[in-house]
Write a protein that binds this ligand. Structure first.
Ligand SMILES: Cc1cc2nc3c(=O)[nH]c(=O)nc-3n(C[C@H](O)[C@H](O)[C@H](O)COP(=O)(O)OP(=O)(O)OC[C@H]3O[C@@H](n4cnc5c(N)ncnc54)[C@H](O)[C@@H]3O)c2cc1C
Length: 449
């Protein structure tokens, strides 16, 4: 391909991988649904390289996919075979931490955990945190508008961004590396690229907002009798305890499966719900709150982590790696008004069970952010595939005006269902934006819309 030769001569021989040099990992994100390698992988080291590569691909009419840490769960980075994948892995590093402005300027290919550690070393706190922190890149986090476990206190990835640089399909560099908290000078262009999953531009750098360190975090695991009690506990904890930095609920099936597999036992008997509550209030205040909630029956039992190691054990149940061994496991990521999540989970579980009586269905998630994840494992019958499960999970969700993606994005996997969460007018405006920024449809075609 002429384009490959042009890319090699523009970026350098070693920056363009083809054939066996590509490696299997570029065929799929962590959803495991991709099967095809891209035509080539290019690894730019500078913003100028990204710009040149995009211009050449756009002129040649060859599609491009951005590859970050490939931890996405929506198939957004999956190739279909004819694309050039732009891996941002060499565009890595922290350019500056400005303590006075409380900002970090970072290249898109930097892993999240590297940014968290650098912020902590500077005496500050990067509020974005998710289980894939060791591999996911900042560019991937922003292009998916990742959520994670600190949203309840600090908001989603979008809220951590003050400035952004992105390259359009034709190679134009849009540099909006703003450091100010307030800047209302016209349209806030960074939001076009945050959450658009690489369909409107390739993110190359960002200015992230940092916070004062939250102080010592205390982790508590609470046993709760009903979903309504979970919601009441959340509101009372926010109102009476304060400084809540995480609030995660696990339905019994999810908690039992993982705690059993991990050989961790926190309670003498099973409970319908287990909640991880984290606060930066002092231990004595937290203990007094827990005592009051146990006295009024809102909490059935509680374990206050006595060490970082015990807190990690509690989180390991929530992170739920044991469940990943179940066959054909699908992980859904939906949101709906918090008061309705319990009802939805029951209705969805019943519908799945009615169709596949031996299926495993379990629920957990960031309920403080109206977000619930659903693990479904079924043995497909003749003519069935993952979309048979989608139809049920999203079909029930439609009755609750929920969103088919709370935080993982649309990618390829949810594209056929986007119309359930967005109106015809919203979809038309999305298509107009895509056409305005990427008229030839070069960037991540077949994804999102
Ligand atoms: C164990 C585990 C836990 C997770 N927990 C959470 C969680 O709590 N919350 C959550 O929201 N997600 C979670 N995820 C999903 C995933 O980690 C996030 O979606 C993450 O933000 C993806 O980052 P990435 O660098 O791996 O992106 P990739 O998977 O490489 O790409 C994701 C999408 O972004 C695009 N993209 C990547 N880099 C760029 C760029 N520089 N410019 C433009 N587009 C780009 C890709 O084309 C693709 O469409 C989890 C995943 C795993 C495996």
């Amino acid at each position: 391909m002429m384009l490959i030769a042009d890319l090699r001569s523009a970026l350098g021989e070693g920056s363009v991988l083809t054939g066996v040099d590509i490696g299997a990992r570029h065929s799929s994100d962590m959803s495991g649904t991709g099967t095809t390698a891209p035509a080539a992988v290019i690894r730019p080291r500078t913003v100028e390289d990204v710009s040149t590569a995009l211009r050449l691909c756009n002129e040649a009419g060859v599609p491009v996919i951005a590859h970050g840490g490939l931890t996405g769960l929506a198939g957004g980075a999956n190739p279909s075979g004819n694309e050039i994948a732009i891996s941002l892995e060499l565009l890595r590093g922290i350019e500056e931490i400005d303590v006075a402005s409380a900002t970090m300027t970072v290249k898109a290919g930097t892993p999240l955990e590297e940014c968290q550690k650098a912020a902590a070393e500077a005496g500050l706190f990067l509020a974005l945190d998710l289980g894939s922190r060791g591999s996911a890149h900042i560019g991937g986090n922003l292009s998916t508008n990742a959520g994670g476990i600190r949203v309840i206190r600090y908001g989603m990835a979008r809220e951590q961004v003050l400035g952004l640089e992105a390259v359009l399909a034709d190679g134009t560099v849009i540099s909006s590396m703003n450091k100010m908290l307030k800047n209302n000078a016209g349209y806030d262009l960074k939001h076009l690229f945050i959450g658009s999953e690489g369909t409107l531009g390739v993110i190359t750098r960002a200015v992230l907002r940092l916070h004062p360190p939250p102080g010592e975090i205390t982790t508590v695991l609470c046993a709760v009798a009903s979903y309504d009690d979970v919601v009441t506990l959340l509101r009372r904890a926010q109102g009476e305890l304060g400084n809540i930095v995480a609030f995660e609920a696990m339905w019994r099936e999810y908690y039992d499966f993982n705690s059993r597999a991990l050989k961790l036992s926190f309670f003498a008997e099973p409970h319908p719900f287990c909640v991880i509550l984290e606060s930066t209030e002092g231990t004595s205040t937290i203990e007094a709150f827990l005592a009051a909630m146990m006295e009024n029956g809102l909490i059935q039992d509680a374990v206050l982590a006595q060490s970082q190691a015990q807190a990690r054990e509690i989180w390991s149940v929530r992170e739920g790696h044991p469940i990943e061994v179940l066959p054909n496991l699908l992980n859904f990521d939906v949101s709906l008004p918090i008061a309705k999540i319990g009802e939805y989970a029951t209705a969805c579980g019943k519908a799945l069970h009615a169709r596949w009586p031996s299926s495993h269905n379990s629920f957990y998630g960031h309920v403080g952010d109206s977000n619930v994840h659903i693990c479904v494992s079924v043995e497909y019958g003749p003519g069935e595939d993952m979309h048979s499960v989608d139809d049920i999970v999203y079909g029930v969700l439609k009755d609750y005006n929920g969103s088919i993606s709370a935080e993982h994005g649309i990618g390829t996997l949810k594209r056929p269902y986007l119309h359930l969460s967005r109106s015809a007018q919203e979809l038309a405006l999305m298509r107009s934006l895509k056409a305005a920024l990427d008229p030839k449809g070069t960037l991540n075609p077949g994804k999102v819309i």
